[in-house]
Design a protein around this ligand. Structure first.
Ligand code: NDP
Ligand code: BG6
Length: 487
């Protein structure tokens, strides 16, 4: 049996991601037959109201029109019947004891129970909640696992403190640090693409790859989350975790097996090979307001929860290097920004020129360019390769064309599972491949903390860029120094 507890059950993440993911897993028959979901928070709410809250959140990927209304209604009623709300304080052992008693009551006819606790709460209360849950609510007859949300600290010191505090009551084996980017379909596919296709294996190194870009952009600002964001900034919010994780999977050596520990060993190794980040290789930005066609887009500083004059970057671009034999000298350009012109996440791999000059400048033909592999993580998941091709017909004109795998064409209109669905299922199944191990976290903070300290100590002012633009000019100068144009 599975007892799944959401701490912070009244919150935003629970509503946006956790309930839809749990329901989708139930709908697809992926949850154990015997399960209960407990929402725990301070807010006063009845179980009935809790179920209504979940019902409002179920805008998940199930296509109800295809599922049929009666099926949908029946399934959701069955699901709601397993959801119970338990009000309680986060620092009161007696409230956790009451939760434990209720769970034991519901589990009494079963011989083996797995308990999963999702800490969907602000980081300031991770430790007391984890401690109380570990001390009062561990399963008596099976595994207990705890999912911890980011941010895992805000620098090396605070991250170490958090790790040590959690480790007092939970083993590393029980701790699942979530980075939801690792649950995205195309990120899961990275290892498949790299290690199961012979044509990529020999090319995946400094001899053939000129540079790699990992780009993240959102076409909305920090609206509503300014208070949280200002304490972290874009480097901690996106780069130190999501983009660095992508880079590690992209650049790591082939693991000995697909076991979680083998994969994580390779990831941590490659992060440890990264050169300290130089301030000269970093461009920072913050969005300013813009008015277009009578519509006003706010500046970051317009958010009332953001301190006046904040220098917090909402955009960063940087060049990173991996000092190992495979990647020596290859720039990895990372870029992340809020309030840009589009929402997109992708990896761009630019290859070197084909050697020889048969179709090159010597012949007065300069139209061909280098190959580029693009892995579009979202939206419209795709993998495509730009190649040079002869324009059909007489003559020898070259053109660039695309070998194109569009997921929606290749795999139909089926919506891909949300990252949280995959990750929650992995926790239930005890699969740790897609979760961050403590030494990976340590290596990630070791890389970024000196840079973050410098930015904050020197009060480096970000360059302003208009809401909805492509970001600050500084990012383009940075890229051009490495002979790169952002995709
Ligand atoms: P919320 O701010 O919505 O907080 C969740 C719940 O925690 C609230 O409903 C509230 O419940 C309780 N709470 C809030 N503030 C406090 C406080 N100061 N002291 C005690 N309890 C408090 O957080 P989110 O749901 O947005 O996020 C949860 C976690 O997930 C955070 O660690 C966040 O960083 C992380 N995260 C969130 C994302 C998102 O999109 N929302 C994305 C990625 C990570 P009550 O008062 O009822 O007890
Ligand atoms: C979260 C960040 O981790 O990822 C947010 O805290 C960001 O600032 C979000 O908006 C982006 O996730 P996704 O899956 O929507 O690209």
């Amino acid at each position: 049996m599975l007892s799944f507890v959401v701490f912070g059950a009244s919150g935003d993440l629970a509503k946006k991601k956790i309930y839809p993911a749990l329901f989708a897993l139930y709908y697809e028959g992926r949850l154990p037959k015997n399960f209960m979901i407990y929402g725990y928070a301070r807010s006063s709410m009845t179980t009935e109201e809790f179920r209504n809250k979940i019902a409002e959140s179920l805008t998940c990927r199930i296509d109800w029109s295809k599922a049929g209304e009666s099926d949908c209604a029946a399934k959701s009623e069955e699901f709601f019947a397993r959801c119970v709300y338990v009000p309680g304080q986060y620092d009161q052992a007696k409230d956790f004891k009451a939760l434990d008693a209720l769970m034991c009551e519901n589990e009494r006819a079963v011989s083996s129970v797995k308990r999963v606790f999702y800490l969907s709460i602000p980081p300031s209360i991770f430790v007391p909640v984890a401690q109380n849950a570990a001390r009062e609510c561990q399963s008596k007859t099976g595994d207990t696992r705890v999912i911890v949300e980011k941010p895992f600290g805000r620098d090396l010191t605070s991250s170490r403190e958090l790790t040590a505090a959690l480790a007092q009551d939970l083993s590393e084996e029980q701790t699942y640090r979530i980075d939801h980017y690792l649950g995205k379909e195309l990120i899961e596919n990275l290892t498949v693409m790299r290690f199961s296709n012979i044509m990529f294996q020999p090319l995946w190194n400094r001899n053939y790859i000129r540079n790699v870009q990992i780009n993240f952009s959102e076409n909305f600002g920090t609206e509503g989350r300014g208070g949280y964001f200002d304490n972290y900034g874009i480097i901690r919010d996106i780069m130190q975790n999501h983009l660095l994780q992508i880079l590690a999977l992209f650049a790591m050596e082939e693991p000995a097996s697909l076991d979680a520990e083998d994969i994580r060993n390779e990831k941590v190794k490659v992060i440890r090979c990264m050169r300290p980040i130089e301030m000269d290789n970093v461009a920072l930005g913050q969005y300013k307001g813009r008015e277009t066609d009578g519509k006003k887009y706010p500046a970051y500083l317009d958010d009332e929860t953001v301190p006046k004059g904040s220098l917090c970057p909402t955009f960063a671009a940087m060049a990173l290097f991996i000092d190992n034999a495979r990647w020596d000298g290859v720039p990895f350009l990372l870029k992340a920004g809020k309030a840009l012109h589009k929402r997109q996440a992708e990896i761009r791999v630019q290859f070197r020129h084909a050697p020889g000059n048969l179709y090159g400048e010597r012949q007065g033909r300069v139209e061909h360019v280098t190959n580029e592999l693009v892995i579009r993580i979202q939206p419209d998941e795709a993998i495509y390769l730009r190649i040079n091709n002869k324009v059909p017909g007489l003559g020898q004109r070259l053109d660039q064309t695309i070998l194109d795998l569009q997921y929606k064409n290749a795999y139909g209109q089926v919506e891909l599972p949300d990252a949280y669905e995959r990750l929650i299922l992995d926790v239930i199944n005890g699969d740790k491949r897609l979760f961050i191990r403590n030494d990976e976290l340590e290596a990630a903070w070791k890389l970024f903390t000196p840079l973050l300290d410098k930015i904050e100590e020197q009060k480096i002012a970000p360059e302003l860029y208009p809401y909805g633009s492509r970001g600050p000019i500084g990012a383009h100068y940075l890229a051009s120094r490495f002979n790169v144009r952002w995709g």
